[in-house]
Write a protein of this length. Structure first.
Length: 447
């Protein structure tokens, strides 16, 4: 399954001078597969080392961190020559060997000709006391597969081409719009974890069997994530982190109007109240990239970061498929798209996931006294409100309040409706949320 990030990897390869690259992301998002496929396609030889598979690898970095010695040891370890001017070296699960992470600094300084990639799942919580090579590496983040990548990975090539080339200025062919809408509902159940997508793709001719396989795979993966929490956070912290993670879909399911609510600290952890008491577990989940935080602002101005408060936010799952699995939403309920209050927050979770994957790192929501807008996004053209509607009804009192108060140059309604444009308000199919970042950039260039 090809990933859009591959283009970023190619640009990194061609850049001179080039620093070692660190690919970050939650477990099971496809980091190893992506790097291996890139190495096989773009280099004469790709040399792969995994610190989790063989703990002996870590001993190579114990004596010192001199790149020449390390490279020589790695060649003897694998009994293969490594051409430092032409080959790719991959160090996987690097969080298991903090000194290997530190060594990247010296590879930058003493062996810049070597193409070196590292990957890790819990780098934000596992590198311990070792010196992190700040300023000496290039970072890339891999998220779960986007809707566009899901279409490509499941054989919907024409729909993929249509969506990837969409500039949100012209309505899509109605037949294609209907097909994309149906596939989007499938994506809401499946999500973007490659193992789950593969389970769906292998059985998609029988939708019932496909969805059964999807939910089983997701349940197995949830156990893997919970085991990771226990392994890497200590017994007491693990209980709090796991409980907080499970509480995210629980709180989303309590919504009354279909829109995700402000996260409530009370009862998110038994016997613990207040933001300060949950800040540690929440930071762990964010650093492990298992949740997406959307800060709530009450006023608008750039930068939005200056308007945020640490203790006012919404929380979403990093993968909409796992959200449904942990929340106990039946696939049939989503496929029929009659899931009542569910449809609002599930659609919002999808939009949050797509925006982050498209490169919008910091997400915000706006709340006034009697109105709220699900997402507000900074761009070169100013601050743009994004209202998410779970069906075809696109009237929005809250968005009208925002427009009258802050006068954005453009606003967006994401819904079941096909593309349509007005003087200021733009209507975008919710499945095309991933197209918004490039569209915002285009609008900025034209303004």
């Amino acid at each position: 399954m090809n990933r859009n990030l591959t283009m970023e990897l190619i640009r990194w390869k061609d850049k001179k001078p080039r620093k070692p690259l660190v690919l970050r992301g939650a477990r099971q998002v496809g980091k190893t597969y992506t790097l291996k496929m890139f190495g096989e396609a773009a280099f004469p030889h790709c040399h792969y080392f995994n610190f989790e598979e063989d703990e002996r690898l870590g001993k190579i970095f114990e004596k010192d961190l001199r790149p020449e010695r390390i490279l020589t040891e790695l060649q003897f370890y694998r009994n293969n020559a490594i051409d430092k001017g032409n080959d790719l070296l991959i160090l996987d699960e690097i969080q298991r060997c903090p000194r290997a992470l530190t060594s990247l600094k010296y590879f930058t300084e003493e062996m810049p000709e070597l193409a070196l990639c590292a990957a890790g799942s819990l780098l934000g919580v596992c590198f311990g006391s070792e010196s992190f090579p700040v300023g000496k590496v290039t970072f890339l983040d891999l998220m779960p597969m986007t809707f566009e990548e899901f279409l490509a990975g499941t054989g919907s090539s024409r729909l993929t081409e249509l969506l990837s080339g969409c500039d949100l200025s012209t309505p899509l062919p109605e037949t294609a719009h209907i097909q994309l809408w149906e596939m989007w509902k499938h994506y809401l159940v499946v999500g973007g974890l490659p193992e789950v997508v593969n389970a769906y793709a292998a059985r998609r001719d029988n939708l019932y069997e496909a969805m059964q396989a999807v939910r089983k795979t997701q349940r197995d993966l949830l156990e893997t994530y919970i085991a990771d929490i226990a392994k890497h956070s200590g017994k007491t912290s693990a209980l709090h982190i796991e409980r907080l993670w499970r509480n995210v879909p629980e709180q989303l399911a309590l919504t009354q109007d279909g829109s995700a609510p402000k996260f409530k600290f009370r009862d998110s952890l038994p016997g613990i109240r207040g933001y300060e008491r949950i800040a540690g577990p929440l930071d762990w989940l964010e650093n492990a990239k298992l949740v997406v935080r959307v800060s709530i602002v009450n006023s608008i101005g750039m930068p939005l970061s200056s308007r945020r408060a640490e203790n006012r936010f919404k929380l979403y799952f990093f993968d909409t498929g796992l959200l449904g699995a942990m929340g106990g939403i039946l696939p049939r309920t989503i496929l029929e798209y009659g899931f009542g209050a569910y449809q609002g927050y599930v659609a919002e979770n999808f939009v949050a996931q797509e925006l982050v994957a498209s490169g919008i790192v910091s997400l915000y929501a706006w709340q006034g006294k009697t109105a709220e807008v699900e997402f507000v996004v900074e761009s070169a053209g100013g601050i743009m409100p994004l209202e998410v509607k779970s069906g075809r009804v696109t009237q929005s009192k809250s968005l009208g309040v925002f427009e009258q108060k802050f006068h954005p140059t453009n606003s967006y309604v994401l819904s079941a409706r096909n593309i349509a444009r007005g003087n200021m308000r733009n209507y975008v199919p919710v499945y095309a949320a991933g197209c918004l970042s490039r569209n915002l950039a285009a609008n900025a260039r034209c303004s």
